[in-house]
Write a new protein. Structure first.
Length: 390
């Protein structure tokens, strides 16, 4: 980070101080000696110019660039931005550069107005997740693949028929969801005839645990000091509020607050009362989060940090990593969440569950219908088995 005289680049001074004061100095030494991202950082410092997001945007958008950017954001060197949306924008520019001009005349408007506009709106509200960005990339890739296939078969978008669309879906059954956004956009702008992508119903949940098992898992999370703090909190949030891991990792510290003796967690828009034991666990996590990097999260104009910071801490832990982490500690996620959701939807009206847990009302209604049929049959069968009837 310094010049030939050893003088630190002024802008990088905060990062240098944090690395110099790391609790595990050998990890920093190893990183500086072996990491491509460390060499990239040295190259940026050698330019003797201000380091900005725009300069990083000009570099290859690989893991090294992403890590350096997040490192600088975490140290307070660069301002925080909605990185999921920004990376989508950069990816789109690179992707469209490889698309033929006559295809780009269709794909670019779809990407700009059918995908990016909605993504920007969600990003402005702080609700544009990495999963949402991945789905948007899939929509654009699928549109490019479909347009290319039409061209290879000498079919124009104007001449697209339902039979032709069904033929493509038959050959590409797993890409129906990705194509539906493009078809809706094209039909709405009369670029094609009124064709539709058939809606595929998602399979109903099939993985559950008995209520006693769920309660036992919750008691373990709340009371077992041998479990890591993060595992206890994540398991409790899953068992109590049926939160998927993708929602849990996106929680920020400002979602937790106390009001007198009571503590609350705002999952979506409305605060949810927390059990006292869980509130204490969350307070401990906020005060001393698990450190996976030598750089600590710095505040940016009051921007809160993640409850479960990743590496670097300016981004959350990945849902896949957390799921593996929970399984290692014997805490199932999907079966616990499904059971917790059915118990919640049985005790509360669907609209209340929707408001509290940030679930779409239609989804809550589907769970309600399911709870009135299959869940009742499941409980009856489970009780009969315990009674020795079967």
């Amino acid at each position: 980070m310094g010049d030939e005289d050893g003088k630190i680049h002024p802008q990088l001074q905060p990062l240098a101080e944090q690395l110099g004061g790391a609790q595990e100095p050998w990890s920093v030494i190893t990183w500086t000696r072996r990491s491509d991202s460390a060499r990239m950082l040295a190259g940026l410092a050698a330019r003797h110019q201000e380091i900005t997001h725009e300069i990083l945007d000009e570099l290859p958008q690989d893991w090294g660039t992403l890590y350096v950017r997040e490192l600088l954001v975490a140290a307070g060197v660069l301002p925080k931005r909605q990185e999921n949306f920004a990376r989508l924008r950069l990816w789109l520019d690179t992707t469209l550069a490889d698309v033929s001009p006559h295809h780009a005349r269709v794909i670019r408007p779809f990407a700009e107005w059918g995908v990016l506009r909605d993504a920007r709106r969600r990003a402005d509200k702080g609700r544009y997740t990495a999963g949402a960005a991945s789905n948007d990339r899939t929509d654009i890739r699928t549109a490019i693949k479909f347009i290319t296939w039409l061209d290879d078969n000498s079919i124009t978008l104007v001449d697209l028929s339902q039979e032709v669309l069904d033929l493509w879906l038959t050959k590409n059954p797993t890409q129906a969801r990705g194509l539906s956004a493009f078809i809706r956009w094209a039909v709405a702008r009369r670029l094609t005839s009124k064709v539709t992508v058939p809606t595929r119903r998602h399979g109903l949940p099939s993985r559950f645990m008995h209520s006693d098992e769920l309660n036992q898992q919750l008691r373990r999370c709340l009371n077992d000091d041998n479990l890591p703090l993060e595992a206890r909190i994540i398991g409790s949030l899953t068992s109590l509020y049926a939160l998927p891991t993708t929602r849990i990792v996106e929680l920020t510290t400002d979602r937790f607050h106390r009001d007198g003796d009571n503590a609350y967690l705002t999952i979506d828009r409305h605060p949810v009362l927390l059990p006292p034991r869980l509130a204490v666990l969350i307070e401990k996590q906020i005060a001393s989060p698990s450190c996976r990097t030598s750089v600590l999260q710095q505040p940016h104009n009051g921007t809160p940090g993640f409850l479960f910071p990743g590496r670097p801490p300016s981004r959350p832990r990945s849902a896949e990593t957390v799921n593996d982490y929970m399984r290692k500690h014997g805490l199932p996620g999907i079966s616990a969440r499904n059971t917790a959701m059915l118990e919640a939807i049985t005790d509360l009206p669907p609209i209340v569950v929707s408001d509290l847990f940030g679930m779409h009302p239609n989804t809550a209604y589907v769970w309600s219908q399911y709870a009135q049929t299959s869940w009742a049959e499941y409980l009856e069968a489970a009780q009969a088995t315990e009674s020795g009837i079967y």
